[in-house]
Design a protein around this ligand. Structure first.
Ligand SMILES: [Zn+2]
Length: 353
């Protein structure tokens, strides 16, 4: 009898292991992992698929002795990966693509994506120099993402498919009535702002889908183009995870968009004195579906009430080089995702919509 029990345990273990091949980083291969690297008010979001394929969205700031490249490399080690398969630049602002040359010196980056070639940028006097450094890092071989394009990602056997769809780029928005056949009633409250001539309005926006899990990253996209994504039709749908747009500034995060996507969890990659606007914290809190808002930093210029709960903030002090991350682990098989604050190891689990 004992032998039968032992044998059946061994069989069960073998079956379980065949579903959960373990990567060097220790994560079970059936989960998709997202790492919010702290780049002090810039952006660097690392995604590792169940098949071990990696996507880095933006690479933080240049300078500071390679600080941001170093932090991204540290996150890659935690994730158990040695190269970046796909690097997406949402737009050509220093806090998003400035760190790419330093990162490219340290790790292999296989493919680069952006919203297309640019010859000048009015808001950046040093654009020519920074853009040349970026071109040098990608050897002039970046791929232009247009609305409707997708990045092909490998599917892990036994796991749901993973897809990454570009919804907007260069002020254009994906157009397909079949994606959203019914007009969005929330649009009756929509209000336009003055046109934004900056590269923020050209940001690449994408929707990452793993099984039923949806993650929306809008880069630094601003108000009016944001609105086009959900009005007159909601081309995004409701999402599980929202990367709060533009580090939580109120020139982005149009409430019509927030109410249309009604995320379960929002993660804000603000700095201690950048983004994290009280309006955005308030608007997110008012959403019917939002369970938790996480912040990479506490906004030290506003009150505790105007920040999310301290336990959901990765970095509390302004002068802190600990650079704690926020991590998301998506188990699409069990229809749940877990968010962990690396500072205090607090983990919370949420149901996928
Ligand atoms: Zn930015």
């Amino acid at each position: 009898m004992k032998r039968i029990i032992l044998l059946s345990c061994a069989v069960m273990l073998a079956v379980a292991l065949s579903f959960m091949t373990v990567r060097p980083g220790g994560a079970a291969a059936r989960s998709l992992e997202i790492y919010y690297v702290d780049v002090e008010g810039g952006a660097a979001t690392l995604i590792v698929t169940p098949a071990g394929e990696s996507i880095l969205v933006d690479a933080g700031w240049p300078g500071f002795d390679g600080r941001d490249a170093g932090r991204i490399v540290r996150a890659m080690k935690t994730a158990g990966i040695e190269a970046i398969d796909h690097l997406i630049t949402t737009h050509y602002h220093t806090d998003h693509y400035g760190g790419i040359p330093q990162l490219a010196e340290r790790v292999r980056i296989r493919k680069f994506y952006d919203h297309g070639p640019m010859s000048k940028l009015d808001e950046d006097r040093d654009f020519a120099k920074k853009y040349a450094a970026y071109q040098n890092a990608n050897k002039g071989r970046s791929i232009t993402l247009k609305p409707g394009d997708s990045i092909k990602l490998r599917r892990e056997a036994g796991s749901p498919p993973v897809s990454l769809l570009c919804l907007a780029a260069r002020r254009e928005v994906v157009a397909s009535k079949s994606m959203a056949p019914v007009p969005n009633s929330i649009c009756s409250t929509a209000e336009a702002k003055a046109e934004d001539p900056s590269d923020n309005a050209q940001s690449v926006v994408f929707l990452l889908r793993y099984g039923a899990f949806d993650f929306l990253d809008t880069g630094d996209l601003t108000w009016n183009i944001e609105q086009k994504l959900v009005c007159p039709r909601n081309m995004i749908g409701q999402v599980d995870l929202y990367q709060v747009g533009h580090h939580g500034l109120n020139s982005s995060n149009n409430p019509v968009v927030l109410r249309s996507i009604d995320p379960t969890v929002a993660i804000m990659n603000n700095g201690p004195r950048k983004g994290g606007h009280p309006d955005i914290v308030k608007w997110l809190r008012e959403l019917p579906g939002l369970k938790d808002l996480y912040q990479v930093h506490r906004n030290v210029t506003t009150t505790d009430d105007q920040n999310t709960a301290a336990e959901l903030i990765a970095n509390l002090e302004e002068k802190e080089d600990s650079a704690h991350m926020i991590r998301v682990s998506v188990d699409a098989m069990n229809k749940r995702f877990t968010v962990t604050n690396d500072r205090n190891s607090l983990s919370r689990s949420y149901q996928i919509k």
